[in-house]
Every structure is written in structure tokens, then in C-alpha cells.
Write a protein that binds this ligand. Structure first.
Ligand SMILES: [Zn+2]
Length: 63
């Protein structure tokens, strides 16, 4: 038994409420923090940065 699915859905609701696309990073560790319905690739501006000066972290294509 796992609450992971429920947690993910609650996380999605919270992310959307905050005005984010919130698509999960493939493999986990973050979510897209662009606006919902954006064009081009998903971007997580808060997770996956390689240095503090990076403006964005994970990027991955929409399916
Ligand atoms: Zn996105």
C-alpha cells in the first residue's frame, strides 16, 4: 500500500493552484514551473540546476 499516487495528485493540485504547469520531471525530483498550457519544453526553474547562477534546471520535452 502506498500513498504516492495520492501525494502526486495532491502535489499537482497544489502546483496548478500556484499557477504552474507542474508536469513531473521524468525520473522524479521536480516539476515544471512554467505556466499551464505553455509552448515548447517543460522547465523546472527550481530543481536540477547545476550551479547557483543557472537560470533554470531540468528541461524536458512535452509529450
Ligand atoms: Zn510544463
Amino acid at each position: 500500500m502506498s500513498g504516492k499516487k495520492h501525494d502526486e495528485q495532491a502535489s499537482l493540485a497544489a502546483g496548478r493552484a500556484a499557477g504552474y504547469c507542474w508536469a513531473p520531471v521524468p525520473g522524479g525530483g521536480g516539476h515544471c514551473t512554467r505556466r499551464p498550457g505553455h509552448d515548447d519544453e517543460h522547465v523546472d526553474y527550481y530543481n536540477g540546476r547545476l550551479s547557483p547562477t543557472d537560470t533554470a534546471g531540468y528541461r524536458w520535452p512535452q509529450r
